[in-house]
Design a protein around this ligand. Structure first.
Ligand code: ZN
Length: 400
C-alpha cells in the first residue's frame, strides 16, 4: 500500500515536470549586470540566435543591465517548438495553420525541420479578425475579400464542410484589412498616403508612443510623470467629452511637449455615422481642445482604429490626418507588465507607432501601462531607438 502511494506521488511529480516543460511559455528576462546572451540562452534552454531574432537585437555581443529580453517559448500563441519526428504536415494539423504559411513565415527550405527548432506563428494568426457569416458568404468570397487563401480559412477554423452557416463566427487571419499581400479590398495606406498613417517612413530607428482614451485624473498624470522623467514625447488622443473634466491635465500635456489630439467626442465607430454626426464628433472635440490649449488639432485616432474609404475621404477634405498604429500593446486587455513587454518588444522596428491607453472605463486598472513604460523606454533606447513624436515620425504638422 505504502509503496503504491509513493509510486503515485513520484508519477505525479514526473507529470508536473513534464507538463511544465511542454507548456513553457514565452517569458521575460531582465538582464543582470555582467550577464551575456550565452548565459541567458543557456538558462532558458534556447539558442542565442533565437533571442537575437525575437528581440531584433542589432548587436548580440552587447546586452545591457536592466534590458528586457523576450525569451522564446513553446507558447502556441507565439511559436511552436519542433519535436523529434515532427513533420510540417502534422504540425499544421495540430496548430491549424496551413503548411505553406508556416514554411513561408519561417523561411523553410524544402519544408525541412530539426528538433527544437522554433516555428513562429504569424501574428495575424495570433490575433485574427472575426467575421460573422452573412447569407451569401462563401469561403471563396471571404478569401478574396481578405486577400488570403481559402485553405487559410478552412484549416484555421477547422471547417469540416464548405457550407457556411449565417451567423457563424469565423476567425480570419488578417490583422487589419489591407495588411495581407494579396489583399484586393480597400488598401488605405496606399490609397490615402497623405491622410492615413500606420507607421512612419523615416527609415530610421525612431518610435512614436501614443495613448488613447484620456484624459483622466489617475493614469494620464501618472504616465505624464514617467514621460517627463525619461524625457520622452508622446501623443495623447483624447476623448472630447472627457476633456472638460481635466482641463489642467490637457494643458499639462501640451506644456510638457506632447501632442494633444482627437479621439472623437464620444468614442463611436466613426464609419457608422452620418455626415452630420461625424462632423459633430470632430468639430466639438477640436473646439474644446482649442479652448483649453489654444491649438487646433488635425490629428485623429479613430475609435477602435475603424476606418473606411468614406471616413478617410471626409477627413482628407478637412485636412485631418488619421493615425492608427503599427504595434498594439493590448495593455487595456492584458493589464500585465510582462505580457505587455511580450506584446510589444518583438514587434518593434524602425518607424513604429505604438498604441497604449491612458484612461479606461470606471475602475479599469491601467497600472501596468504606467509601470511598463520605464522598461520599454530604457530597453528600446539601449537598442538604439529614439523616441520622437508623430509630427516628426510622419513628417506632418500636428496642428492647423
Ligand atoms: Zn479608444
Amino acid at each position: 500500500m505504502k509503496e503504491k502511494s509513493t509510486f503515485y506521488i513520484i508519477l505525479i511529480f514526473v507529470l508536473i515536470i513534464l507538463s511544465s516543460i511542454n507548456i513553457q511559455a514565452v517569458s521575460v528576462h531582465r538582464v543582470k549586470s555582467g550577464e551575456n546572451i550565452y548565459q541567458v540562452s543557456q538558462k532558458y534552454g534556447v539558442t542565442p540566435g533565437e533571442i537575437v531574432s525575437l528581440n531584433n537585437l542589432p548587436n548580440p555581443d552587447s546586452i545591457f543591465p536592466k534590458q528586457v529580453l523576450i525569451i522564446p517559448g513553446i507558447n502556441q500563441r507565439g511559436a511552436y517548438r519542433v519535436k523529434k519526428g515532427d513533420t510540417l504536415y502534422e504540425i499544421s494539423k495540430k496548430i491549424h495553420i496551413p503548411i505553406n504559411v508556416l514554411a513561408q513565415t519561417n523561411h523553410l527550405n524544402n519544408n525541412q525541420l530539426y528538433p527544437r527548432q522554433l516555428l513562429y506563428i504569424p501574428i495575424r494568426y495570433r490575433y485574427p479578425l472575426q467575421h460573422q457569416v452573412k447569407a451569401g458568404d462563401t469561403i471563396y468570397k471571404l478569401a478574396r475579400k481578405y486577400g488570403i487563401e481559402t485553405t487559410e480559412i478552412t484549416i484555421f477554423n477547422q471547417l469540416k464542410s464548405t457550407e457556411l452557416q449565417p451567423g457563424e463566427i469565423l476567425k480570419i487571419p488578417v490583422l487589419i484589412p489591407g495588411d495581407s499581400p494579396g489583399y484586393n479590398g480597400p488598401y488605405y495606406t496606399r490609397d490615402f498616403p497623405d491622410t492615413f498613417f500606420r507607421y512612419g517612413n523615416t527609415n530610421q530607428y525612431k518610435i512614436a508612443i501614443t495613448f488613447d482614451d484620456g484624459p483622466d485624473g489617475t493614469y494620464t498624470p501618472w504616465i505624464l510623470d514617467i514621460l517627463k522623467k525619461y524625457n520622452v514625447p508622446a501623443t495623447f488622443f483624447l476623448m472630447g467629452k472627457r476633456i472638460g473634466n481635466y482641463p489642467e491635465i490637457v494643458k499639462r500635456i501640451v506644456n510638457e511637449g506632447h501632442i494633444a489630439a482627437s479621439h472623437s467626442w464620444s468614442h463611436p465607430d466613426l464609419t457608422k455615422l452620418s455626415q452630420a454626426e461625424l462632423a459633430l464628433e470632430i468639430e466639438k472635440t477640436e473646439k474644446t481642445l482649442e479652448n483649453i490649449t489654444g491649438l487646433k488639432t488635425k490629428l485623429l485616432r479613430p475609435p477602435y482604429g475603424a476606418v473606411s474609404s468614406t471616413l478617410l475621404e471626409n477627413m482628407k477634405e478637412i485636412n485631418y490626418k488619421v493615425i492608427n498604429w503599427t504595434v498594439d500593446s493590448r495593455d487595456w486587455l492584458d493589464r500585465d507588465v510582462d505580457q505587455i513587454l511580450i506584446n510589444t518588444l518583438p514587434n518593434i522596428n524602425k518607424d513604429t507607432i505604438i498604441l497604449f491607453h491612458s484612461a479606461g472605463g470606471t475602475n479599469h486598472d491601467l497600472s501596468a501601462t504606467a509601470e511598463v513604460l520605464p522598461e520599454i523606454i530604457q530597453t528600446l533606447q539601449m537598442l538604439g531607438y529614439q523616441f520622437v513624436n508623430l509630427d516628426e515620425l510622419l513628417g506632418i504638422n500636428a496642428y492647423k
